[in-house]
Design a protein around this ligand. Structure first.
Ligand SMILES: [Zn+2]
Length: 208
């Protein structure tokens, strides 16, 4: 199996993937340039229809962030990963960096299966993941039902009143929802009574 690296948390689809914003760190410039070149030289593993985007919203056009997965036969990464290392000094797992710097001869991938677990575990150990244990995504029909129930309770001065909010995940045990507002802010809402806490975004996310 190929080991995944460089797959990032999506603000609108929470996952165990790390946030690159929390991985910006010090790199030896020479090593960083070598790792960027190594990442750019990967072989194409998979091609997708849609392009990626920079999680730092730095203005790099989406079309230049890639739409493919690359591999060296041992690791797999998205085509846009070298941009994060080059432009934002995002750190990568030490064992991958050592592997890239050793410049070992390529091997042909033995299959297309990708193992995410070491990547998730590394991101968590680095403090770069969002803890969402117990939260689950809702199906489309449940979302509509819950949104109707929520909107029926909102007073005109409520921050979610008449806003096109989208439910990201829900927690049945505590009857809570995490919603995203059109401006990107997050709302932690209790479904009964609609008590709400607002956060500027996931980097500000510190639930009580
Ligand atoms: Zn960028």
């Amino acid at each position: 199996m190929l080991e995944a690296i460089g797959y990032w948390f999506n603000d609108r689809a929470p996952s165990p993937c790390p946030r690159p914003q929390r991985l910006v760190g010090a790199w030896d410039e020479g090593e960083r340039a070598k790792v960027v070149a190594y990442l750019r030289a990967g072989d194409v593993l998979e091609t997708y229809r849609g392009s990626s985007y920079c999680r730092f919203a730095c203005g790099k056009p989406s079309a230049e962030m890639g739409h493919r997965d690359l591999t060296d036969g041992r690791f797999a990464w998205p085509e846009g990963l070298p941009h994060y290392v080059e432009a934002h000094a995002v750190r990568l797992p030490e064992h991958f960096v050592a592997h890239a710097l050793a410049n070992a001869p390529r091997i042909a991938p033995s299959g297309r299966r990708i193992d995410d677990e070491p990547w998730f575990a590394w991101g968590k150990a680095a403090g770069a993941t969002i803890e969402l244990e117990g939260w689950d995504s809702l199906g489309w029909a449940d979302q509509r039902k819950v949104l109707a129930q929520l909107h029926a309770q909102l007073a005109a001065d409520h921050p979610l009143f008449e806003k096109q909010v989208e439910i990201l995940v829900g927690r049945r045990a505590t009857d809570e929802l995490i919603c995203v507002l059109p401006d990107g802010r997050l709302a932690l809402v209790r479904l009964t009574g609609a008590a709400t806490t607002l956060f500027d975004g996931w980097d500000d996310w510190r639930p009580a």
